[in-house]
Design a protein around this ligand. Structure first.
Ligand code: HEM
Length: 497
């Protein structure tokens, strides 16, 4: 089967053609019926495929933008394994010295595709690694925790951070109404409203799995892990004032700077490390390892280095290589497994589902998503089958050519013993333990000037609420973190708890 020709050379080297490849003399021309000598106003012809195809294709240029994380930019690079972790995981990409090609996309969460890079928002940090055992996606954020731990809250939460259904405006009341009624969000709110809320650029932020995953070794033994991708450039931030100013002056600053850095050969890099916990440690841990609102203290669970990520190549074509890239936490390889974190479990479903909607059922065949290794299974046909449809290989499991894979037995036993458990409807409840880590952030991590910026950032946003009731409710949440936070914000916005 002939392979499609990819145009990636300059315009001087190609002949202008119609979409079926026929040479055509002049892109601006259209076939017309000339009546008399009139140059303008003569009739167009339906037979003019060139002209009709041009307009029809233009009419269909936009695909749905991502429902969240719509604004983003990215680049290609490499993951190099630097430290032996074979006792933890049998994934081949972790063999020391191995280099795995990757694509990485940074994004903001709430804004539309054209929104400003310097919005105060968590950042997406999604990596697709093309390993010899298939594609591994790490769909991370730049914060080690998240706003929720009950996945059914996610669409509600996102709606409140986007636009009001009537006014189509962002709405501070909606924003804080949700957060104040769901206080498990306060840890992430404090990171969002602190200095990490507006990174100085894509290169100046860390990425975190947030969720607990499982690493499984070749004996089938497993441990829980949290994955950290720490910036070698260090972490830097814009103040609220700078962020607002740049949103007007240069809304694409982060994407522009990343592109420029890579063009100049100043390749940004990150060090990949893991925290690990055995099943026994997890059972004794103060919090659930499946609670996405909690971190694992580094003093008890130190970082263990794994490898390095370097971005060294800009995309040739943004749409093909960044807009069409489709990440999913369920794109895993042998040796890495999901944990029972319910938010992670929901995400395992949600991403391939949204890709089928946004890019089509054969999204894995789009070149940026296609694994470098051959795909062999019994999926066939569907819109936009472009990879030869697995040729003449049987389209059902046939005893003549059984598919075999030696690592089948590495899938780990479940800690959760789901088979014996009862099924019930569950919603987590907030208790005092939920405020311990946010309190440590305030008392031990923020210095005095970081505290002042945090108070100003919150007061600016919460002060924009029209409802005193919502403001008071959120101050009560902060009071449970630390009374100073509530009183300092209360004083600034003229509200007492
Ligand atoms: C993007 C769903 C939580 C990280 C998305 C998209 C959906 C989604 C539908 C759009 C994907 C696309 O169109 O390509 C959810 C759901 C969640 C959840 C249902 C919780 C129940 C999280 C969490 C993280 C995260 C906890 C990080 C730890 C990302 C990233 C992207 C994304 C990085 C952008 C990927 C890209 O660059 O294409 N999410 N999400 N999400 N999500 Fe989530």
């Amino acid at each position: 089967m002939p392979s499609a020709h990819v145009f990636n050379s300059g315009p001087e080297s190609v002949v202008y053609t119609t979409s079926n490849g026929a040479p055509y003399p002049e892109p601006y021309e259209a076939q017309r019926v000339h009546v008399g000598n009139k140059q303008i106003g003569s009739a167009l012809l339906l037979q003019d495929f060139h002209h009709i195809d041009l307009l029809a294709h233009f009419d269909r240029e936009r695909i749905p933008e991502r429902v969240v994380h719509a604004k983003g930019g990215g680049a290609h690079g490499v993951f190099e394994a630097t430290h032996d972790i074979s006792d933890l995981s049998c994934a081949k990409l972790f063999e020391v010295g191995k280099k795995t090609p990757l694509t990485l996309r940074f994004s903001t969460v709430g804004g539309e595709s054209g929104s400003a890079d310097t919005a105060r928002d968590p950042r997406g940090f999604a990596i697709k690694m093309r390993t010899e055992e298939g594609n591994l996606d790490w769909v991370f954020n730049n914060t080690p925790i998240f706003f929720l731990r009950d996945p059914a809250k996610f669409p509600h939460f996102i709606h409140t951070q986007k636009r009001d259904p009537q006014t189509h405006l962002k709405d501070n009341d909606m924003f804080w109404d949700y957060l104040s009624q769901n206080p498990e969000s306060v840890h992430q709110v404090m990171i969002l409203m602190g200095d990490r809320g507006i990174p100085k650029g894509h290169a100046f932020q860390h990425g975190y799995s947030g969720h607990t995953f499982k690493f499984v070794n070749d004996k089938g033994e497993w441990q829980y892990v949290q994955i950290h991708v720490r910036s070698d450039q260090g972490v830097d931030f814009y103040t609220q004032e700078d962020g607002v100013k740049l949103a007007g002056e240069n809304p694409d600053i982060h994407n522009a700077e990343l592109f420029e850095q890579i063009e100049q050969g100043k390749f940004p890099s990150w060090t990949v490390s893991v925290q690990t916990m055995t099943q026994q440690q997890a059972e004794q841990f103060r919090h659930s390892v499946f609670d996405l609102t909690k971190v694992w203290p580094h003093a008890e669970y130190p970082l263990r280095p794994v490898g390095k990520i370097t971005l060294n190549k800009n995309p040739e074509n943004y749409f093909a290589e960044i807009e069409q890239v489709a990440f999913s936490p369920s794109h895993l390889v042998p040796g890495i497994e999901p944990s029972a974190d319910p938010v992670l479990q929901s995400r395992l479903f949600s991403y391939p589902d949204t890709h089928r909607h946004r890019l089509g059922v054969n999204y894995q065949q789009i070149p940026v998503n296609a694994p470098l290794v051959p795909v062999a299974n019994f999926q066939r046909d569907g819109f936009m089958t472009v990879n030869g449809n697995q040729g003449n290989r049987p389209n059902y499991q046939s005893l003549i050519k059984p598919l075999q894979y030696s690592k089948r037995n590495t899938v780990s036993a479940t800690h959760e013993q789901l088979a014996a458990a009862q099924i019930n409807n569950f919603l987590s409840q907030v208790d005092d333990k939920d405020f311990e880590q946010p309190r440590a952030l305030w008392e031990k991590v923020f210095d005095d000037s970081a505290k002042s910026r945090f108070i100003n950032n919150i007061s600016g946003h919460l002060g924009g609420c029209k409802s005193k009731e919502i403001q008071q409710r959120q101050l009560k949440v902060f009071q449970r973190v630390h009374p100073d936070i509530a009183s300092r914000i209360g004083e600034k916005i003229g509200v007492t708890v």
